[in-house]
Design a protein around this ligand. Sequence first.
Ligand code: THU
Length: 129
Amino acid sequence: MDKKELYDRALTAAEHSYAPYSGFHVGAAVLTEDGSVYTGCNIENASYPAGICAERTAMAKALSEGHRKFKKIVVAARNEEGEQPAAPCGICRQFIFEFGDDIEITFGPDRDHLQSMTIADLLPEGFRL
Ligand code: THU
């Protein structure tokens, strides 16, 4: 599945976003090594730090089904003004980095202006035990 298709899947996943506090609706689509796609959205909470980002929701869905090898993650976001760029936050970068250096991360303001880089480029000197 190519990046634009994954972006479409991510944007659709953002429809399920629970974001009453920020109004920023995020979706993510994860492509595993065997070609499976898992999607997720951000889920906020009245206790703000208890919320979770779309990327970690999607990764957790794949991980909890046994996947450990990931090829790509595409992020899409929108607010009341329309689609928005959303690069993964620092916590998500570290979360993703756990599973490999060369996972390709894609985001952009819309499906025709996507940019991609590896997680190692997004998180230089990421932490490993
Ligand atoms: N958020 C994500 O889900 N992923 C990102 O890449 C950036 C931020 C969420 C967290 C919060 O629910 C909302 O966007 C605003 O920060």
